[in-house]
Design a protein around this ligand. Structure first.
Ligand code: MN
Length: 265
């Protein structure tokens, strides 16, 4: 199985290379990743600027490596359409430093890259660790990714989902179990910190995201991680495709008629 590895922490992140070392035991690995930190860029693609790509030699023997002056999604698109000449069977994104839980999946570049693989019809997984970039537990998380990759190779992943995996920042012997979870709701509060500037200049702002108080539902991704479990959340792209008669009626009926009346008034 030919594996594309990418991330959003940038091509020199330790988490990415720990992942590559484990995955190359299963099959040939191509690394295509942003040339800099791209966390929280979500699914962004670059359409109004050229994309510069550099081939990096000697990162890891036998691993073709490209850095992209763009987003994680850009990296996956370039890899699948231009750079990975022999084709790709699986897209793996990570290991992100810091968890991607609940609402995070909508802004996470790590998950965004896996989503792009899924859009291309490939099995894909994002993996994050609830720990800092220099965590001693990255190797354990990388081994988990490799085990999952093997099972995906054996056909264990349905075509209509991709995976968001979160690993507690614990030694493997302290991890309690593996839970298949759903996303927690409303996981963050956003606050804005204003910084005054002197000399009459404009103030500037920092967005600060804070995890909301403890999740009690152990069936969610956050609940699983808080209990010391590995969380595997299957994600789908049909976010809300069920037609709802209530919505159709209260939101949409007579909309066109009213629009025409507006126009004529
Ligand atoms: Mn990141």
């Amino acid at each position: 199985m030919r594996i594309l590895v990418t991330n959003d922490d940038g091509i020199f992140a330790d988490g990415l290379w720990k992942l590559v070392r484990e995955l190359k035991k299963i099959g040939p690995v191509v690394v295509v990743a942003p040339d800099r930190e791209q966390s929280a860029v979500g699914t962004a693609v670059t359409l109004r600027q050229p994309l510069r790509v550099r081939k990096l030699n000697g990162m890891l023997p036998g691993v073709e490596t490209y850095s992209v002056e763009g987003t994680p999604s850009d990296s996956v698109i370039l890899a699948l359409s231009k750079l990975a000449k022999n084709g790709i069977d699986l897209v793996v994104s990570g290991i992100n430093s810091g968890p991607n839980l609940g609402d995070d999946v909508f802004i996470s570049g790590t998950v965004g890259a896996a989503l792009q693989g899924h859009f291309h019809g490939l099995p894909a997984l994002a993996i994050s660790i609830d720990a800092a970039a220099d965590s001693p537990h990255l190797e354990g998380a990388a081994k988990i990714a490799a085990l999952l990759a093997k099972r995906i190779d054996e056909g264990s992943l349905p075509r209509d989902v991709f995976l968001n995996v979160n690993v507690p920042g614990l030694p493997l012997e302290e991890i309690k179990g593996v839970s298949v979870t759903r996303l927690a709701n409303q996981t963050h509060g956003n606050t804005v910190a204003a910084r005054e500037r002197h000399n009459g200049r404009q103030p500037y702002y920092w967005l600060v995201r804070r995890r909301l108080p403890q999740e009690t539902d152990t069936k969610t991704d956050i609940g699983a991680i808080e209990q010391g479990n590995i969380s595997i959340t299957p994600l789908q792209t049909n976010l809300l495709s069920r037609p709802s008669t209530a919505i159709t009626h209260s939101l949409c009926s007579d909309l066109l008629r009213e629009l025409r009346e507006e126009k004529n008034s």
